[in-house]
Ligand binder design. Structure first.
Ligand SMILES: C[S@@+](CC[C@H](N)C(=O)[O-])C[C@H]1O[C@@H](n2cnc3c(N)ncnc32)[C@H](O)[C@@H]1O
Length: 268
């Protein structure tokens, strides 16, 4: 396992309980919800069909999103690197079991999304991540793994902060400013309290293409009308996000083709 993955595992083990206390209000188990602005998936429309699908969540945290999808009829596998987060996921599953009188179809597993060799090729219809692996794992490693695990035609959808926000975000201040302070073309590994990642837009596009993923959409979310603050953002950060895109949700699909050893797409 990479040093960064171990560092992030330790960080999330230590932060899991406090993170949940701070953000629980925005992470429901009844409505599948994208986190930064608490936008219901029904409005965002990134995931497509849910019922009866084999779904993989990459970096699930306490797995609220998977629990909500399972309650809508999906069969979910929820992967996280942190044992503490997975313990909280078990609580969420128990909470849903009490509410519904039956256990939601969520299988939590501990793993590093950069190497999920314990899971067989082409075993999921949908892979998704809401600021999980999509932010805290190296995209040059986890995107090829997600592509491998998807069935042909399967979908990958994930949220992340935008490269635009990233270049305006000095690590030492920890909020977005109106000044570009990071080098856009050098975006990749970013060290903060945990290590996280982003890429220039063109690098994201080329990464998808190299892994046989065609782009369906790039959704640039905005805070809903009337929202002043959220569990993730203060008032001035909400205002920033009304002017510039703070959050992106990529939607890509696996082409009906194989990805060769050199990354070239080979028709099936
Ligand atoms: C923001 S949290 C949870 C995401 C959840 N959707 C939420 O909003 O609460 C990010 C999660 O990614 C997990 N994570 C970080 N790096 C990972 C990796 N390499 N493999 C699997 N999970 C990882 C962390 O343990 C953490 O639970």
């Amino acid at each position: 396992m990479s040093t960064d993955a171990t560092l992030n595992e330790n960080w999330w083990d230590a932060y899991a309980t406090a993170y949940l206390a701070e953000h629980d209000s925005q992470l429901p188990i009844d409505v599948p919800t994208w986190s930064l602005w608490a936008l219901p998936e029904a409005e965002v429309g990134a995931l497509g069909e849910i019922e009866g699908r084999d779904v993989l969540e990459l970096g699930c945290g306490a797995a609220q999103f998977s629990v909500a999808l399972a309650r809508a009829g999906a069969r979910c596998t929820a992967v996280d690197i942190s044992a503490e987060q997975l313990a909280l996921a078990e609580h969420m599953i128990d909470r849903a079991t009490e509410l519904d009188g039956e256990r939601p179809d969520v299988t939590p597993i501990q793993g590093n999304v950069e190497d999920l060799s314990q899971l067989p090729d082409a075993s999921f219809d949908l892979a998704f991540s809401d600021y999980g692996a999509s932010m805290f794992a190296d995209p040059l490693r986890w995107v090829p793994e997600a592509a491998r695990l998807l069935r042909p035609g399967g979908r990958l959808a994930f949220s992340q902060i935008t490269p635009m926000l990233e270049v305006c975000w000095p690590v030492e201040i920890g909020v977005a400013t109106n000044e570009m302070v990071k080098d856009y073309f050098r975006l990749h590994r970013i060290e903060d309290r945990a290590v996280y990642y982003n890429l220039p837009y063109g690098e994201w596009v080329r990464l998808f293409r190299r892994n046989g993923l065609r782009i369906v959409d790039l959704i640039e979310t905005r805070p809903p009308e009337g929202v002043k603050t959220t569990a993730y953002r203060s008032a001035n950060q909400v205002e920033w996000s009304r002017r510039w895109p703070a959050e992106m949700i990529w939607v890509v699909e696996r082409e009906d083709s194989e990805v060769g050893a050199n990354g070239a797409v080979v028709p099936a």
